[in-house]
Design a binder for this molecule. Structure first.
Ligand code: SF4
Length: 171
């Protein structure tokens, strides 16, 4: 059975920077949880950051790929550099995905780790720009498809395609 990496905060775990969760009540996630497919993971906690913690953004809204290549840092609201923790968290997510043979993920939109389509622009003024978080970038660079929590029908279609392809290879 195909497993799916999922942001722990979407599953109700209180791991966000503000100590809260972002629990999703989506029927697809509920179904996949019942089927035992979901592997919840929080990159920032895995990378060594506490709960609660200061909010952080990628400088200039440059995106996860720029962080991974060393071209941009992740900074907290007090100016401290948390790049190493974010990169460690992304590597942890990739390691967990590989351990489970995971090929797709559902991650929380807007996060500097988990964002799939948008992140904040680094100004801490609530402005979003197109771009990916650090974990999303590393997963996608390694062939793992990432969906945000608003695109679960699309994720379900992708899952069907992947499983149908796997069945074809088995026969
Ligand atoms: Fe949720 Fe990802 Fe932020 Fe952790 S790093 S709180 S899983 S969005």
């Amino acid at each position: 059975m195909e497993k799916i990496l999922v942001s722990a905060c979407l599953m109700g775990r209180r791991v966000r920077y503000d100590g809260g969760a972002k629990t999703s009540s989506d029927a697809w996630l509920a179904r996949w949880r019942e089927e035992g497919r979901l592997v919840p993971f929080c990159p920032e906690v895995s990378g060594g950051l506490p709960v609660p913690r200061l909010a952080a953004e990628i400088e200039g809204g440059a995106g996860g790929a720029a962080v991974l290549s060393g071209a941009a840092r992740v900074l907290a609201t007090d100016g401290s550099d948390v790049t190493a923790e974010f990169v460690a968290g992304a590597q942890g997510a990739l390691a967990v995905a590989r351990a489970h043979g995971i090929r797709m993920a559902v991650l929380k939109e807007g996060s500097p780790s988990c964002g799939a389509l948008s992140i904040y622009d680094g100004s801490f003024e609530g402005r979003r720009v197109a771009g990916q978080g650090v974990t999303t970038s590393l997963l996608e660079l390694n062939g793992i498809r990432v969906f945000d929590e608003a695109r679960l029908p699309e994720a379900a279609e992708h899952l069907r395609t992947v499983e149908a392809h796997s069945r074809t290879l088995e026969t």
